[in-house]
Ligand binder design. Sequence first.
Ligand code: ATP
Length: 505
Amino acid sequence: MTDIFTPIEPRFDRDNSGLMEKIVALCKRRGFIYPGSELYGGLANTYDYGPTGTELLRNIKNLWWSYFVQQRDDIVGLDASLISHHRIWEASGHVAGFADAMIDCKHCKSRFRADHLIEDFLEDANNQVRIKHWAEKLIVGGETKLTNEIVTKVTEDKKVEGLTTEQLAEIIFLLDITCPNCGEVDWTPVRKFNQLFPVELGLVQGDNNVAYLRGETAQGMFVNFKNVVDSTRVRLPFGIAQLGKSFRNEITPGNSIFRTLEFEQAEIEYFFDHKKTKWEELFLEWKNSMFGFVTEKLGIKEENLRWRPHTDEERSFYSKRTEDLEYRFPFGFKELWGLAYRTNYDLAQHQTNSQKDLSIVDPQTGEKILPHVIEPAVGINRLMLMVLCDAYYEDEKRTVLKLHPKLAPYKVAVFPLLANKEELVGKARDIYKNLKESFMTAWDDRGNIGKRYMAQDEIGTPWCVTVDFQTLEDSTVTVRDRDTAEQTRLPIDELQMYFNSRLMK
Ligand code: ATP
């Protein structure tokens, strides 16, 4: 029997049959991602990152920080507490409204997010005739809670965001959607489920001792807005950036690290005076920065990306515009990175609830301003899954992760041609120690060279250095390129410069 602690593997794999399973298997085999609490049967929607995964995650985080904080002079960093006062989350609206609609299969006890259950059904090629037939026969008005606009959105956009629990339940019922796990139609009603994780502080139980694990990093920026203004020399427009764990009680299963209970979130709150700065221009600048980061820094193929503006129903009431940058995962186009113009809703909420003045004074006019904000928000783990999917390559001979060299867990691997020849091993060890000071460098002397190349290809190491008998005579080594499999002979003392120049590209 399946319960909430049993991870359910991906249900659909429409575009690329079996690709997701292959990536998940490679990630386990090569130390990128392990299922969380595996030793005790697994804990759904949690994952541990192995040695290669840890490096990849760290590389993505460092690139993000360098691109959005280090290289800009208008953005500063913050590292707020993961556990925070319940009043922050009441003021932000999360306690009342941070809820997903869920539905359980009474037959096999699997739990699903109702919107995802429907959207997966809508996108499945096998269901298209049934959906068309349903839309043609449906008569709106009377008993039904559905309108013509909703039916169009459901059938054409294949989206149900912003619909009520009653509307979701009705669609599941009318489309006769079966449980993806057991194939039965035996659903509970659709219910709301708050995603915040409460934590109880101290020894005495009671409402006042409840705090929350943060559900997003954004609130840290809003509640520290005044602290940052008072303790630094920032001037509008400016941003506060934060990169760290967020926690959400997600009920949706599958698709590896796409949606997990805890994840590394990277958010920026970019504050501006809406009377002086046109939000439309700023919004476009942010779209370009996000797209540039993904394509140029992470090396993602443009054809796998698209922008999707939120419709009026799905956009939060305070947001003037929200767009998602979506990536074509093996299980379909899904949100990668959200961009929202949130007006000054959040600062206003905290100002009202804390009864503290959060406005700043315009140095030229003396006027008080409660700045507006544009928020680009992304999950680093989701970026990592995208990077793995985009880099995965296989042909009849080999499987390769064609990662951007800056992202690769190891930049170089060093091998002695034979493990039992002391002179070769000694020389290779010297080169390895030397390179290790500058780059993440791997060592391998097991098996034959072919097997070693295979292992390095699968973790995306761009270059392999082999020390052979010629090395002992002329101090040159072979450098094998991951993508072309070509081998070049290079002097040992040029290696450092060679790898540096390739990494700078
Ligand atoms: P979704 O619609 O996918 O639940 P969201 O719109 O609630 O996401 P935001 O609150 O805008 O997401 O969070 C910003 C980003 O954080 C998302 O675009 C995604 O990259 C990432 N993210 C959100 N929830 C999760 C999660 N549970 N696991 C991993 N990454 C997440």
